[in-house]
Design a protein around this ligand. Structure first.
Ligand code: SAM
Length: 325
């Protein structure tokens, strides 16, 4: 049997809050959810300490996410400090963009250059129905601001939902025509209600077929740290398209990341129950060596884990809000 090469795990996602200012139907449907008590959420000091230890064990790329990271007070100062943690090579941010227009300049000045912006539709009514917030114009202003400032890479995350936004795939892709953007289409993962997923899942092969009118696509070589996105460039486009198929393809061989939840649980895999608690050791005064051991244990766990043999199924994972998407 051929041996699967363990992925080079070099990337840590920090979910700095479980709070969010949107209620996306695929992530946080409904109006309320049980929020973590503030004391259960790691402090910025705790995240910064862990980031330093993580960098020392080779996790040198760090993404700040949530929940919605920009709703946490003091986030810009945290980002500034994170970019200065010795060993941290890249600090990336994922946001829904609702607060981006106001904060983009400060985030850029803090030293962040890698920005992912979630945008599933260009229709204001559909945006409001999908996210529970009437904020499309603000998000688009945030995107313009981010382009003007020169964030690079600047990626748009678009979760494809059959019957909801799949008529807009070509329009969304065309955002990358004149701008140096990467528009990434992401398969809807079965985190929440099974009926919703069954009704709205669209496989990536179908997404690609619907983009045929853009003309021939040229494959773009993905770098060693690109993760699971398959990259393509349509003729005449300044930017490119990314296809992320967590359901219809096996990502395990290219998955290079660990996740740390806002509550301080280290997750080697989005679809596995295993979580290693780092908050308890942190708060009882564990040494850096002990924390490094925990991080290495999570990396080893990932390498040991047999490749997922079947697609993820509804209920297999918690909503992304609590995991750090
Ligand atoms: N609030 C930020 C945002 O909206 O970008 C960061 C957190 S959000 C959980 C991170 C990413 O996860 C978003 O791009 C979102 O679209 C994606 N996501 C959430 N639930 C998903 C699901 N069920 N399937 C696929 N992607 C999902």
């Amino acid at each position: 049997m051929p041996q699967t090469q363990p992925p080079q795990v070099n990337y840590l996602r920090l979910s700095i809050t479980d709070r969010c200012n949107l209620r996306c139907v695929y992530c946080l449907p409904g109006t309320e959810f049980e929020k973590l008590p503030s004391r259960e959420i790691l402090s910025y000091e705790e995240f910064l300490r862990l980031a330093g230890v993580a960098a020392a064990v080779g996790l040198r790329k760090i993404r700040v996410t949530g929940g919605e990271p920009l709703v946490r007070q003091g986030v810009v100062d945290f980002l500034r400090r994170l970019t200065r943690v010795p060993g941290v090579a890249k600090v990336c941010l994922t946001t829904n963009g609702v607060l981006l227009a106001d904060l983009a300049g400060d985030i850029f000045a803090a030293g962040v250059r890698h920005l992912n912006l979630s945008l599933d539709t260009l229709d204001a009514g559909r945006y409001a129905a999908l996210t529970g917030g009437d904020h499309l114009a603000r998000v688009l202003t945030g995107l313009e601001r981010a382009l003007a400032l020169g964030f690079q890479p600047l990626k748009l995350n678009c979760v494809v939902l059959k019957g909801i936004n799949d008529q807009e795939l070509v329009d969304l892709a065309r955002l990358a025509r004149h701008e140096p953007l990467e528009v990434r289409f992401i398969e809807f993962m079965p985190m929440g209600a099974p009926e919703r997923w069954q009704a709205h899942f669209l496989p990536m092969a179908e997404v690609k077929a619907r983009l045929a009118e853009l003309g021939p696509l040229t494959a773009v070589a993905a770098g060693p740290t690109a993760g699971p996105a398959e990259l393509w460039q349509p003729a005449g486009f300044k930017g490119r398209l990314g296809f992320i198929s967590p359901v219809s393809s096996h990502h395990c061989p290219t998955c290079n990341r660990l996740r740390l939840t806002a509550a301080g649980k280290l997750k080697p895999c989005l679809f596995a129950a295993t979580e290693l608690d780092v908050k308890e050791p942190l708060r009882r005064g564990a040494s850096d060596a002990e924390l490094a051991h925990l991080l290495r244990e999570a990396v080893r766990h990932k390498a040991r884990r047999p490749e997922r043999s079947s697609p993820p199924t509804p209920g297999m994972a918690r909503p992304m809000r609590s995991l750090g998407g």
